[in-house]
Design a protein around this ligand. Structure first.
Ligand SMILES: [Mg+2]
Length: 407
């Protein structure tokens, strides 16, 4: 079997999904996702200009050798652009492999370790009452776990990933404009108010609800250590990105002062970014994604290292991941012996379903993987003609005095 050609499509309903389609001489094709959120044209260009020409004529079944060819073969390795591009190729090759075998991808990893994979929803409130109502909404839909983000009194609306609309999925999809929004942040106000939010959540929903919270890299190590210790009594499922991810040794200070579970890694793109904090057991959940971390081949390697250090998975699942990479993660979640939880924002708009038809579904707070061969997601090229690239940005963050801060 030989790869004959490959194409990249950029666009989608409310998102610039970067979709790779690899075709073979036997008519079987594979799909991959290279969506690097708000920098989408770059992996698309990297694929078109540099990687796809090298793919032509290769045997798609040799996914390991092709991964090594693009990783080791590049003098300048790693980084989100090249790893997203390699990741898309890798996903597409596993898709082809599964279709040739007539098996869902998880069967090629070692089969299922569970029937459904627990997901968490994003509950967001511009104030506490709105947040509590949103949590109740998700609980009534069967979710056992929610990520909770709350507007902070005295901080301007719009800060801290809060749209003021109390609906994170819409916020992520529609808010961003052609230049970055600016948000204002104040760690002191946040640190004073947030323990009260957790207290009210436990008062209303009791001990069973799994509560996750994302600090979004906003605190210093000392602040995060003190915060973690203060909110330990509310029994959070995890505290995410307490400090900027590039300084991994900051996690040592946090670990010395609190037993709160730490989740980190959504901006990492290789095993080498994760290795020290996994081996030193400074985290409890690894947040990489198959897109930014070089596809199934490399993400699986990270998951296996994590497994021997008591670190569970918590793959990134923001709406920037197309249904293709969410499916790839769904197959890894079905297999992983150290599965923890999966971030999941409802992508299932009629437009998205039309572009990416699949039988995967989310029910009662669980992602249920279909038994379709390969990754189990298709791509409708006629639908894709409706969409084109539209530049978007994440917001940027400043302190009240104008100093730039971490988004
Ligand atoms: Mg996050």
């Amino acid at each position: 079997m030989k790869i004959t050609h490959a194409e990249v499509f950029v666009g989608g309903p409310g998102k610039n999904y970067v979709t790779l389609k690899i075709m073979t001489d036997e008519g079987v094709y594979g799909l991959g996702d290279a969506t690097l959120n708000n920098r989408e044209t770059l992996p698309a260009q990297y694929l078109t200009d540099y990687l796809i020409p090298c793919l032509i004529g290769k045997d798609p079944m040799n996914s390991e050798d092709i991964w090594q060819y693009f990783y080791r073969g590049a003098y300048f390795r790693r980084g989100p652009i090249s790893m997203a591009a390699i990741g898309a190729i890798d996903m597409a090759l596993w898709d082809i492999k599964g279709k040739v075998a007539g098996l869902p991808a998880y069967q090629l990893f070692g089969g299922k370790s569970r029937d459904g994979a627990m997901v968490y929803a994003h509950a967001t409130g511009s104030d506490l009452e709105a947040l509590l109502d949103t949590i109740e909404h998700y609980q009534s839909q069967g979710y056992k776990a929610v990520r909770v983000q709350c507007g902070i009194p005295g901080m301007p609306a719009g800060g801290y990933g809060i749209s003021g609309k109390n609906d994170d999925s819409k916020h992520f999809i529609t808010q961003y404009g052609t230049l970055p929004d600016e948000e204002i942040w104040d760690s002191e106000k946040y640190l004073r108010y947030m323990p009260h939010v957790f207290e009210k959540i436990r008062d209303r929903f009791g001990p069973e609800l799994k509560v996750l919270h994302d600090v979004h890299h906003r605190l210093t190590p000392r602040e995060a250590a003190a915060f973690g210790r203060e909110v330990e009594k509310y029994n959070l499922f995890w505290l995410e990105d307490p400090t900027p991810a590039e300084d991994q040794m900051a996690l040592k200070l946090i670990r010395e002062h609190t037993t709160i579970p730490i989740a980190i890694g959504e901006v990492f793109n290789s095993l080498w970014d994760c290795k020290d904090m996994i081996e030193q057991e400074l985290i409890d959940f690894i947040r990489v994604s198959v897109t930014y971390a070089g596809g199934i081949t490399h993400a699986k390697r990270i998951v296996e290292l994590a497994a021997i250090h008591h670190v569970r998975t918590g793959f990134h699942g923001a709406p920037s991941h197309s249904p293709i990479s969410m499916a790839a993660q769904g197959h890894l979640n079905a297999w992983a012996p150290n599965f923890g939880i999966q971030e999941y924002l409802v992508l299932g708009t009629p437009e998205c379903d039309a572009l990416f038809p699949s039988e995967h579904r989310c029910e009662d707070g669980q992602f249920l993987i279909s038994d379709a061969p390969g990754l189990g997601v298709d791509f409708d090229e006629n639908e894709a003609q409706r969409y084109s690239y539209e530049r978007r940005y994440h917001p940027v963050v400043r302190l009240e005095d104008g100093t730039m801060w971490n988004y």
